[in-house]
Write a protein that binds this ligand. Sequence first.
Ligand code: HEC
Ligand code: HEC
Length: 335
Amino acid sequence: MKTAFPLISFGIALCAFIFISCNKEDYDSQVTIEQFNFPQTVIFEDSLTSYQVFSGTPADLTPSADFELLELSSILFTDYSHKQRLVKIPPGTQMIQLSDGTIGFPDGTILTKTFFYYHDERDTSLGKRNIETRLEIKENGLWNAATYVWNEDQTNAYLKTDGLTTPVSWIDENGVSHSTNYEVPSGNDCIACHQSDSKVAPIGSSLLNLNRDVERNGGTLNQLTYLQNEGLLNNFQVNQIGQMVDYNNANASLDDRGRAYLAMNCAHCHNPSGWPKANEREFDFRYQIPFAQTGISFEEEKIKRALDEREMPFIGNTMLDEEGVNLLKEHLDNL
Ligand code: HEC
Ligand code: HEC
């Protein structure tokens, strides 16, 4: 007994050590995305032209008459790409305000997001390269997601479900050249970010984020009011809806900017209805959640470390969002 005891306690200590080093408090740098077998209610066409998203020369990205532009105050960072977001709802239907602050879309809705790079941001007339157009389609009450990769001569884009890496390069507005191996997500990667209660879901359709001024038909007006005037959105008091700030707007408060950054770059995974694997961390980074319930105050250091070591976000971009990460750290330091 006497000789066995130290061995047993060593064993217990070893078990405890292994348990601590393997428990979920430690970040697993090899996060794997499991296969999501969510039900699908549409079969995606092979070619983007089937959806008639654009009129005229497709590469110009001129929306067809039944597609409307949607503009967000704060956006997801994706390797400095530019993005165009559109919505089409079936004739005679409406989008409606939901009690959770998002928009309810009718069956048959198509949401699109096209990612592109200007060759030279100092002179956009020099042209651009379209990389991919992502689609979300609602049928039988369920959303479906897929992306279309543009061909070399920019005449069309084709369904790509298993992901792709493509080199991109551009010159920024200060004349600095950049390049990266842009990653087109796989269909399964879409779902890691685009899920709510184990169903595929849109992300950017928050009224807070859409409640902003836009240019339409030669004038400036509120985007929600514009959609209401067009009969596309149900009537409610737009001035009762709050607004998300643009996190790039240096005149907005640091707190609001930091929260907007977390909301648009992290909250799609870190919210209670998101990807369960991300929610083991119990953060809720949504904009409208009171600060005390976000989990930020207990985990500031962890968040900073995750950013410094580029653990987060681990899909959706290949480049560090320097401005965004600096903003977020400044926000955390000033809490
Ligand atoms: C890293 C997380 C992430 C991945 C991966 C991702 N998305 Fe998104 N997506 C977002 C966020 C956040 C928004 C809203 C913010 C924005 O558009 O800037 C968005 C917006 C969209 C929109 C505009 C409508 C909406 O939901 O707001 C479409 C369409 C879309 N995504 C489709 C896709 C498809 C298809 C894939 C896979 C090929 C995909 N996304 C992969 C995070 C992601
Ligand atoms: C594509 C989904 C996704 C996005 C987007 C995402 N996360 Fe995470 N995050 C996860 C998952 C999954 C884990 C848990 C990883 C594990 O279990 O090891 C995690 C873990 C974390 C952790 C805990 C790390 C640790 O050391 O314990 C922090 C902090 C974090 N995320 C912050 C962020 C921040 C900040 C952003 C935005 C800049 C972000 N996340 C964006 C999925 C995501």
